[in-house]
Design a protein around this ligand. Structure first.
Ligand code: NAP
Ligand code: G4F
Length: 390
């Protein structure tokens, strides 16, 4: 191993020790040694870096000059699609993204990563984040979302004690915590969760508040309302709709099966919301903030707009399938983000129609490619076809 591999790996100043393991392009083997840093450069650790928000947050922080470290789960197939464009060969100079294998269910691993990375800021975005799926895997959801948060802030507390450093921590809370509480919802609205996911997020929220008060930790809870993007998982309703619109417009499928069309959500753009996460950690004092657009729309409205964007009549294509109904539904979410506007000076930039348009445009392009592959005789089965979940 070359002596300056460590330098290339972290894109930092000269290093005296070679890394124990080197992360290669396709071999993201983590290391268990402290990283070396440039003075003044902030270092962030993100759990859930391979998810929608993780990818936007990574882009945002790299633009701000951060060195970003992400926790990723081992998977049998590559699961880094959303961050591949940010990941540079660690053999090349200037790499500012490093990945570490880890799991929110594995406390000792979390502690090791914390010790190795020595972050200034931690963003806890990792979660089994699908509400409907949380009814199918409730214990696992609680294990990751509730206890995973506790594991990470316990590790943070111990790390702070022995290192003497104060690390700032963002906890990804959710409007699902409000559940059945009538809209508009803000920081003073009592929680009334309606799913194992919502209950687990409430536990995570209160662990965070309790550790902030008990141990004087800098922990912020972001209570984020639904935020979507072309990178949204394909079993969330927004992306399920726009993927179907693309495929229907290319003749690749004819029907879209959905559940409750009357539910109302406050949908914003994920790229806007990650900025609010960062802003929370730049304040003098830790606090909790609702992040939302303040508008609500029905699932039906999203469907209508998305199909219209492609010049399609949704009534000819959409059917209801009771498998997508939830045992207990959250009927209406509409956030009041006055505090985030006032204290953080945060505002959403992308409107609801712009968001739908952006997602449809992206998914029409994917469908065009799928169509070309199919016309060339190389059609694969639709991805996720075997899975009704979502
Ligand atoms: P997402 O796309 O589903 O991403 C979730 C991330 O968590 C993925 O990177 C996933 O890894 C990782 N993860 C899952 N189980 C894990 C485990 N056991 N240990 C470590 N990591 C694990 O979710 P998102 O939309 O980006 O949301 C980010 C966070 O914000 C989540 O906590 C979510 O609950 C919360 N939130 C989201 C919204 C929203 O509208 N998007 C609103 C409010 C709150 P894999 O890629 O390996 O699956
Ligand atoms: O897109 P969804 O699955 O998102 P949901 O349940 O609101 O949860 C998302 O937002 C939360 C913030 O409020 C996050 F914390 C959570 O992690 C996740 O990101 O469903 C939205 C609405 C629901 O009312 C659902 O019943 O759409 C309705 N819906 C109707 N048909 C459907 C479908 N949802 C899905 N996923 N699939 C359907 O076929």
């Amino acid at each position: 191993m070359l002596a300056d591999e460590k330098v290339a790996y972290h894109g930092l100043g000269p290093a005296t020790r070679p890394p124990r393991y080197l992360a290669g392009n396709n071999d993201l083997t983590p290391f268990a040694e402290p990283c070396y840093r440039l003075a003044m450069q902030k270092r962030a650790l993100i759990t859930g870096i391979t998810g929608q928000d993780g990818s936007y947050l990574t882009e945002f922080l790299i633009t701000k000059g951060y060195e970003v470290h992400g926790l990723m789960r081992r998977a049998s197939l590559f699961n880094t699609d959303r961050i591949d464009h940010l990941y540079h060969d660690p053999h090349l100079a200037g790499a500012s993204l490093t990945l570490h294998y880890g799991e929110l269910t594995d406390g000792s691993g979390l502690r090791r990563v914390l010790e190795a990375v020595e972050p200034d800021e931690i963003y806890n975005l990792g979660a089994q984040s699908h509400v409907k799926v949380s009814f199918d895997v409730p214990e696992y959801t609680a294990e990751v979302v509730a206890l995973g948060t506790l594991r990470l802030i316990e590790a943070l507390r111990d790390y702070g004690l022995h290192s003497g450093r104060q690390v700032r921590f963002y906890q990804a809370g959710s409007s699902e915590m409000f559940g059945a509480a009538p809209p508009p919802q803000n920081e003073r609205t009592p929680f009334y969760p309606r799913s194992p996911y919502g209950v687990s997020k409430v536990a995570g929220h209160w662990f965070a508040v309790n550790y902030r008060e008990a141990y004087d930790l800098f922990i912020c809870n972001g209570i984020l309302f639904n935020h979507e993007s072309p990178r949204r998982g394909e079993t969330f309703v927004s992306r399920k709709i726009t993927r179907a619109v693309g495929r229907i417009s290319q003749g690749l499928q004819s029907k879209l099966y959905l559940g409750n069309l009357e539910a109302e959500r406050d949908w914003g753009f994920a790229g806007d919301y990650v900025e609010a996460m960062w802003l929370m950690l730049q304040q003098e004092k830790p606090d909790d903030y609702v992040v939302a657009t303040g508008e609500k729309h029905r699932v039906r409205d999203f469907v209508e707009l998305a199909f219209a964007e492609a010049g399609l009549d949704w009534l000819a294509h959409v059917e209801i399938d009771s498998r997508y109904l939830r045992p207990t539904e959250v009927d209406a979410l509409q956030g009041d983000a006055e505090k985030a506007r006032r204290v953080l000076n945060w505002r959403p930039r992308v409107s609801f129609p712009e968001l739908v348009k952006m997602m449809v445009k992206h998914d029409m392009e994917i469908a065009r490619r799928e169509r070309a592959i199919s016309d060339a005789g190389f059609a694969d089965p639709a991805r996720g076809a075997a899975l009704a979940g979502g």
